[in-house]
Design a protein around this ligand. Structure first.
Ligand code: ZN
Length: 294
C-alpha cells in the first residue's frame, strides 16, 4: 500500500523520521549521551538539548536530510518512487517540482550510505558480464577516450564508455552481486572471485576468454557453457540466473539513460538495495529506506 499519508506534508514526513530515528530512544548525535530533553522546535522538527554536552539538535541533524533545500515530504517521496517504481530523477523533477541538481545530489548521498557488497563466496558461483552504454551526464567531456577507437580486447571497456558490469550468483548462499568494473579481463575476474571459503570454488561461466585462466588454477573448478555451439544448459552448468539478473539490472538502469560510467556504482547499489524492499508493504519499505540512511 502506497504510504500517501507520509507524503502529504512536511510535518507527517517529519513524524516518520522521528519514529524511525529514535526507535531505540533519544541519543545525542555528538556525545551519544541519552540524557536528552525536548527543547522547542525547529520548523516542523522536534528540537532537543543534550544535558551532558549542552548541544541542541533536531530530528534531521547529522542525517542526509539535514540542510536540504527540498522538503522532507518531497525527498521521501522521491526516494520511494525512485526505488519502488524506478522513476527517473528527470521525471521526479517534473512531478514534484524540485530541482534536478539538488535531488540528484541527495540521491548520490543516499547511495553513498549503502555499503559496498562484501563477497564471501560459497559456491557454486555463476559469473557473467554485461555492458552498459554510458553517457556523459554529470561528467566533463573526455575527448581523449573517445578518439582511441575500438579496443581489440574484450567485449567492451571503460575507456570507450562501454563499461562492463559483472553479475555473480552464489548458489551456495543465494546472494547476487552486480558490480561494475574498469575492464572485463582476467585480473578483474580474479579480484571478484578471490574471497571464498572452500579450497576450490566451483565457477560456472560462458565461453568468454577472460574466464579461461581459471581452468589452470587449482583454487577453482571452472565449468563453461559455450553459447556459440548452441549449448545453453548442461545440467547445473549454466549462467541463466546471471542472465535474468542482468536483464533486471538493465531494466533498472534504462530510465536513467545517459548516466556516466563513474555513476554506475551509485545506481547499481540502489538496484541491490531495491531488491530488499521491493515486496514489503509501502510504509514498511519507506521506514527501511529511512533507517538505511540514518
Ligand atoms: Zn551530547
Amino acid at each position: 500500500m502506497f504510504p500517501v499519508e507520509v507524503f502529504r506534508s512536511e510535518a507527517s514526513a517529519a513524524n516518520l523520521l522521528e519514529q524511525v530515528r529514535w526507535r531505540e530512544g533519544l541519543q545525542c548525535p555528538r556525545c551519544q549521551s541519552e540524557s536528552v530533553i525536548k527543547y522547542g522546535s525547529y520548523r516542523e522538527y522536534q528540537r532537543y538539548r543534550c544535558k551532558n554536552c549542552g548541544r541542541t539538535f533536531n530530528d534531521k541533524t547529522g542525517t542526509i536530510f539535514a540542510h536540504a533545500k527540498i522538503g522532507l515530504d518531497k525527498l521521501l517521496f522521491a526516494f520511494y518512487s525512485l526505488l519502488r517504481f524506478n522513476t527517473s530523477i528527470r521525471q521526479l523533477d517534473a512531478e514534484i517540482d524540485v530541482s534536478y541538481r539538488s535531488l540528484h545530489r541527495r540521491v548520490e548521498r543516499f547511495a553513498r550510505t549503502l555499503d559496498a557488497p562484501q563477497l564471501d563466496l560459497v559456491g557454486p558461483v555463476e559469473i557473467d558480464e554485461f555492458y552498459v552504454s554510458a553517457g556523459k551526464k554529470g561528467r566533463e567531456r573526455d575527448q581523449e577516450s573517445r578518439s582511441r577507437g575500438l579496443s581489440k580486447r574484450g567485449r567492451g571497456n571503460y575507456d570507450e564508455d562501454k563499461p562492463p558490469v559483472f553479475v555473480l550468483v552464489d548458489r551456495g548462499s543465494d546472494q547476487r552481486y552486480v558490480i561494475p568494473s574498469k575492464s572485463a579481463d582476467e585480473s578483474a575476474v580474479r579480484l571478484l572471485l578471490d574471497s571464498h571459503e572452500e579450497e576450490s570454488l566451483t565457477v560456472y561461466t560462458d565461453g568468454f576468454r577472460a574466464y579461461d585462466p581459471l581452468e589452470t588454477d587449482e583454487t577453482y573448478q571452472r565449468e563453461a557453457v559455450i553459447h556459440v555451439e548452441g549449448e545453453y544448459v548442461d545440467g547445473d552448468v549454466h549462467v541463466n540466473t546471471c542472465e535474468s539478473h542482468a536483464s533486471l539490472a538493465r531494466r533498472w538502469l534504462s530510465p536513467h539513460r545517459g548516466i556516466s560510467k563513474d555513476k554506475l556504482t551509485t545506481y547499481l547499489r540502489l538496484f541491490e538495495f531495491r531488491r530488499k524492499i521491493l515486496r514489503k508493504p509501502g510504509r514498511k519499505a519507506l521506514k527501511d529506506i529511512v533507517r538505511t540512511v540514518l
